[in-house]
Write a protein of this length. Sequence first.
Length: 393
Amino acid sequence: MPVTSAPDDPVERLLRLRARDRHTVVGLISGTSADGVDAACVELADRPGGVRLSLRAFTCVPYEPTLRQRIFAAAHAPAPDLVDLDARLGEAFADAARTVADAADLSLDAVDLVGSHGQTVFHRPRGPRMPGASMQLGAAAIVAERTGRPVVSDFRSRDLAAGGEGAPLVPRVDRLLLAAEGERRVALNVGGLANLTALDGVGGDVIAFDTGPGNALSDALVRIASGGERGFDEDGRGAAEGRVDETILEELLRHPFLAAPPPKSADRDTFGEALARRLIDSGRSLDDLLATAVAFTGATIQRAVAELPPRFHPLSRIIVSGGGARNPTLRDELDRRLSPVPVEASDDHGLPADAKEAIAFAVLARETLLGRPGNEPSATGAARATVLGSITP
């Protein structure tokens, strides 16, 4: 007996969406700094060798302080607390989707798809006798129910299952949005952690990995020193007033993560609160520690760029995004260390720096809808390129 579908069959709706050549997608993510939910509403369509992007709206919806503290404690929380946090974050992500749709002057009915990365609370790269594992919270079922839109989530699990690190996932997006014929480029994202994607033209080789700290160490220093009253070094002012402690910097540069070859990925704790507390216990002033943290980030990025395989040199330009792109002190550090390669904001290439990660998961969600791979095996170490994510219709 043939199977007939109901008029509101969600699978039929997905198939109709898949047949279209242009989509309006909301991308959602909360990063390692756990400030809140970044939400981008974009229009996406294919172009030769990539994807055409039009940003309708971007916003960051901050977490309540108590929710943020629960996120930082989640790695050691019991199962009931994690389940409750998953539901509460689902509501927060749904609120962010509604907020950015409003900012774009759209009803949610006009949004085709939501790509929700969620909030990472645990990430363990694969080891010799240990499978990789990663947990993102922010219940996709709640987001789908509250918005009435299909949701793509759980992007990292399939890459992990294919033997990859589950990170970084932005390299496929960098290829689709930033690769240019005849240019060797580095797309550098400085969020809580820093990661780069090296691109050899359109359709050429790609290599990508976490380079080390981004803003996480500086954020943790400020948060601890202020007793939680401040969350970051605004405009890098403290770092600009301080002096780099070369002894501490030399010690930081011996961190074992930095010596590991790619593919490699880190989590918030690698360069986060525990390291910040050690530095504060050294007795140096906060401004000097912030200056040293900025130098640490700059030095690790400089090293990673210098050690790229010869086929990626000479570089045409480095395109920087993420919160670090808005930090004048860090930008000066990068300009100095990476000279003579031009360091440009991704905004100059049609990709607003603050919105990049939210945009990335909108792009990856569409790739999933269209049945196209979302990972770069050369970046994650996966055995093959694979379609990422789970769809909640």
